[in-house]
Design a protein around this ligand. Structure first.
Ligand SMILES: [Zn+2]
Length: 445
């Protein structure tokens, strides 16, 4: 059974995002539906299903699991033990259990041993300071709490990343609390929502954003001094669904990987460029419609690979995940061939990721893993891609950070829920380090 780590996914349902964003997201995926959908009707699942399925008769063929995706994003029991996330962690698919049983075909040949859910902060998507239930969204603090609960419930399978949006009031102390007390192991940053990641960038116009970024990197440096490396995942491809308030040319400007170069070097950041620049570099060079997307995607990859070749010298610092590519896509085979070629260069630290729940629209995670598994040649390259690069990204030198194990021990002291985190006998990649802590099994490093 192929073991895999999903380094890029999201624990999001409709209640986690403002209705305005949901309309935008569905519109991005299915442009024909956008004109029929409103923020009011998005609250009504049967109406959404009705519009999506009745307006274009072929949709259920093209988007095989769309109905299941919508079910799983609406269902009340999402975070709980028998909810969607339980099916995800135990079976690898983003579905409610009933839908999973119905969709299952063949036997499961893959085992996703760990997930890294990246939080999403919709602060600008809602255009309001603090989103609340009446805006159709779950408050940010509740989202943090639910991620912490999941990570405690699945001590060696769920490793959340805190979304650091520099416009959020109090974001620095929220981040410190998430890392030091709530089991978060990394930071998610999404510059495409309207800021430059480098605080020294002269284009900054908002002093609060600049100050918060200084505090973020200062904290990362301070923690590194204590032996705790906080990895960052950022968005790195042409499309930017979370950037609901911006035009495409603006999101391109903020996403530009060149914006990261100085800050990655100066702060010795450990960083994952999500989506590895995207698949658009494969578009037809003679098609003027896609010229910008193609050029942007190519430039992203060049910058990412340049940083990898420069900084992954002895140390492992710059990574990229190959998420959000469906095996149903026309360019998928060519993309996986390219990933296979890139993996031959050991400085190009590529990782498996899905961007679930987004890819659930037309394929199962099982098929997604299988496509990469059959396209990548050689056991060593597969091991790096599916497991060891992700473990090296999450855990410096294989050490599970003390803060994380303290969080688990505390959570389980007395009234904790779920299995004892000290019992790692069933976890294939974790070993006790002999000093009361835990480490990655050296065979994966
Ligand atoms: Zn994502």
């Amino acid at each position: 059974m192929r073991k895999a780590i999903d380094i890029h996914c999201h624990f999001n349902k409709f209640d986690t995002m403002p209705d305005r964003y949901t309309v935008h997201l569905i519109g991005n995926q299915f442009p024909f539906a956008e004109k029929h959908l409103t923020e009011t009707c998005i609250k009504n699942k049967s109406l959404v299903n009705h519009i999506l399925f009745k307006s274009v008769p072929v949709i259920s063929k093209k988007f095989k699991y769309l109905d299941r995706l919508i079910n799983s994003l609406r269902v009340g029991n999402f975070w709980g033990k028998d909810g969607v996330l339980h099916t995800l962690v135990s079976h690898g698919e983003y579905m409610i259990r009933r839908d999973y049983m119905a969709a299952k075909h063949g036997s499961k040949r893959h085992d996703v041993v760990a997930y890294t859910p990246l939080m999403m902060d919709f602060i600008t998507a809602g255009n309001i300071e603090e989103l609340r239930r009446e805006h159709g969204a779950m408050p940010f603090l509740l989202q943090v709490y639910e991620h912490a609960v999941m990570s405690r419930y699945y001590p060696w399978q769920v490793f959340p990343f805190f979304h650091f949006h520099p416009e959020r009031e109090g974001v620095v102390s929220l981040m410190k609390q998430a890392v030091e007390e709530q089991g978060f192991v990394g930071i998610k940053i999404y510059p495409a929502m309207g800021f430059y990641p480098d605080p020294a960038d002269p284009r900054h116009t908002d002093e609060k954003v600049r100050k918060n970024l200084v505090a973020l990197y200062g904290y990362i440096r301070e923690m590194a001094g204590k032996g705790i490396i906080l990895p960052i995942t950022t968005h790195a491809q042409y499309s930017a669904t979370q950037a609901v308030d911006l035009e495409m040319h603006e999101t391109r400007e903020f996403t530009d990987i060149a914006n990261w170069k100085r800050v990655v070097r100066d702060y010795d950041l450990k960083i994952n460029f999500g989506h590895y620049g995207g698949m658009d570099f494969l578009r037809d060079p003679n098609d003027p419609k896609h010229e910008r997307a193609r050029e942007f995607s190519l430039a992203c990859r060049e910058h990412i690979q340049g940083l990898m070749r420069e900084l992954n010298n002895g140390k492992k610092r710059v990574f990229a995940d190959c998420s959000a590519h469906s095996p149903m896509d026309d360019n998928s085979e060519a993309y996986i061939r390219q990933v296979d070629l890139d993996l031959r260069d050991e400085k190009l630290l590529l990782m498996y990721g899905t961007d679930l729940p987004v890819v659930t629209v037309n394929t199962l995670n099982n098929d997604y893993i299988r496509a990469y598994d059959s396209g990548i040649t050689g056991e060593k390259a597969k091991d790096r891609f599916f497991m060891s690069n992700a473990l090296a990204f999450l855990f410096e030198d294989g050490k599970i950070p003390r803060l994380r194990t303290d969080f688990l021990k505390q959570a389980y002291g007395g009234n904790g829920v779920g299995p004892d985190p000290a019992d790692v006998s069933k976890v294939s990649w974790v070993k006790p380090d002999g000093q009361g802590g835990f480490r990655v099994d050296p065979k994966y490093l």
